[in-house]
Design a protein around this ligand. Sequence first.
Ligand code: HPA
Length: 264
Amino acid sequence: MYAATTIRSRIGSLEPKTAIVLGSGLGTLAERVSDPVRIPYGDLDGFPGSGVSGHAAELVAGVMGACPVIMLSGRAHYYEHGDASAMRAPLETLRALGVEKLFLTNAAGSLHPEMPAGSVMQITDHINFSGSNPLFGETSDRRFVGLTSAYDADMRAAMDAAAQQCGHFLHRGVYMWFSGPSFETPAEIRMARTIGADAVGMSTVPEVILARFLGMRVAAASVITNLAAGMSGDELSHQETKDMAPIGGARLADILFKTVQTLV
Ligand code: HPA
């Protein structure tokens, strides 16, 4: 059965227009959904298997505050199989269910000492440094997706206002997508800074491209888990990402909770 059909049969008349992809540290946001319907990705055709420790693999649908939402708790990463389009089926499913606005979250390394671990950064633009694209192989002319205003101005403004109401400082910056799974080198980080990046990470950009391709509006934010390679002298580790993500994650969860109320 198509994933959208499976989901529709379990969520009944719920009509979510908003979806959130939960990256590292954001898992607790799913706990703020009242009367949640939880569907393991394993029940949904085309959805990814559970790939990365620290990430659940389930869809959670329900109402958050006053806003009907779908949350994707866990995502496929390019580094798992070298497939940048791994999130295409889940995002097509959201679109088929009527989702119009997509919030994407991730953990990232910071290029600025004044944006340390625990910070939250709204993504204003991105640099695709992976050499890949989720639309490789797409044949329709729709593949030439414009990304000039990929990050939606109204959704960004709503996030800014929500952050202010929560009393959380929301940094702004450019997210640079590296393929991973190895972390960057100090030389790559110096390059990233030189060419205009503010944070680096291993996800989200393919989802932004796919979501724009599918006609969804997009906003995204990073929780900073570390200063990037070479900035602190410490070796980076996935354990550090998992340990630090809940700190910024709690702030970003507050911000997103408020944001979606204003966009109902
Ligand atoms: N680099 C890439 N991805 C990351 C980092 C980093 O420093 N921290 C968390 N995710």
